[in-house]
Design a protein around this ligand. Structure first.
Ligand SMILES: [Zn+2]
Length: 166
C-alpha cells in the first residue's frame, strides 16, 4: 500500500495516536484512503516518534543490567516476595530506609523490577559504558533532543522521505 502520486484534493487536520493534529492528505485517486487514514490515526506523528525513540534509547542506556542492578543495591537490602491467589506476585524492596513496591508474574522478574525501581527512585543509574565516560555524569541525561522538523513541513510526494538531520 504505497502513497498515491495523484493530485491532493484536501488536507484535513486529523489527530494521531499521540494526540497531535497532523495534515492528512486526500488524493483524487486513492483506493486505500480508509486504510491510510486508519494507519495515520493509529500511529504517532513523526515528532513524537522521534521523541519516544530518544527517550527509550536513553532509558535503556540508563537502566542497570540484570547483574549490575543487584550489585548497585546498598548493603542490607531486603526483598519481600508474596504470591497472590491468582498466581501473580507482589514484592517490596527495602533499602536505606526506603521501600518500593511492585507486582509481576514471578519472583525472578519481580526482584529485578524492584531493584531497578529502587535504583531509579534513588537516582542511581547504570555506570557509563567503558570508553564513553562523561566527565560530568549529568551530561548523559541532559543530552538535548534533536530539533524536530516543523509540524507543517511540506507534505507531498516526499512524505516517506525523512528529512536528513543537520
Ligand atoms: Zn505527536
Amino acid at each position: 500500500m504505497g502513497v498515491p502520486t495523484g493530485e491532493v484534493i484536501a488536507r484535513p487536520m486529523m489527530s494521531r495516536a499521540c494526540g497531535c493534529l497532523r495534515e492528512f492528505q486526500h488524493y483524487a485517486v486513492d483506493r486505500y484512503r480508509a486504510q491510510r487514514l486508519a494507519k495515520f490515526q493509529k500511529t504517532r506523528c513523526e515528532v513524537c516518534v522521534a521523541k519516544l525513540n530518544d527517550e527509550q534509547r536513553q532509558a535503556a542506556a540508563n537502566v542497570p543490567k540484570k547483574g549490575e542492578a543487584f550489585k548497585l543495591l546498598p548493603e542490607g537490602s531486603q526483598f519481600t516476595l508474596t504470591r497472590k491467589a491468582d498466581a501473580s506476585w507482589t514484592g517490596t524492596l527495602a533499602a536505606n530506609g526506603q521501600t518500593v513496591e511492585t507486582a509481576g508474574d514471578g519472583p525472578h522478574g519481580l526482584t529485578l523490577a524492584l531493584a531497578r525501581a529502587w535504583l531509579s527512585a534513588n537516582g542511581i543509574t547504570a555506570p557509563a559504558e567503558e570508553g564513553e565516560k562523561p566527565a560530568v555524569s549529568e551530561a548523559v541525561s541532559k543530552h538535548p533532543a534533536p530539533k524536530p522538523p516543523p509540524p507543517a513541513a511540506k507534505p507531498s510526494l516526499s512524505t516517506f522521505q525523512k528529512p536528513k538531520p543537520g
